[in-house]
Unconditional design. Sequence first.
Length: 218
Amino acid sequence: MSSAARDGGRHDDAYSFFAPKPKSSPTAPTSILMKKNTSFLGRALAVIGCLVVLSGCASMSTTKSEPIANGSKILIMPSRDVVQGGKAHAQGAGSGKNLQVAVLRELSTLSTFKATPFDANAKLNHSASIVKSDALEAGKSAAADYVLILDLGEFRNAAPMTFRSDFVTLQNGSLLRVSDGKETWVLNSPVVLEKSNLGNHLVLIDNLAKLVAESILR
């Protein structure tokens, strides 16, 4: 079939023989196919992006014994970094700080609480769980109404194309009233958030922070 016929024109054989041939260009079907492929790729990437963000959504089992008054000052203690096999891991460095900052942001955005972070020091930091008595002492010094203790647990930041997922665990959580040490909110069991191995595990820490803040506000 001649180029003219492919382009939709009609010519007799003699004219086709002497007529100059048109310059080659992508045919209409090829152009349409390229557009369809580009559109499909865009939609696929959008879906993957949503899965990365949304697959970390989950619920958590908590107990809240009493409402927390508006304007209460909550001191957010340094959260323990994620671990592997119960031990610190290089990829986990800074994860506890990320959780502390993210919870501060969520509580400040969603509530009228006066949330404030405790600055880590040599004794109370992100390398280990914080004892309740130490947290209450820090709360009294800061004139806080409550102290919030959160511990991250096991995690995995899987390499791409390994078909393994990323996950992060919130191991423990409790909100203590400074005046008497009463536990007014507590995480009943560890929460594990999981996603595909695209990106890294830090988005899961943000999702955990949102879950914590929303649970405290219920």
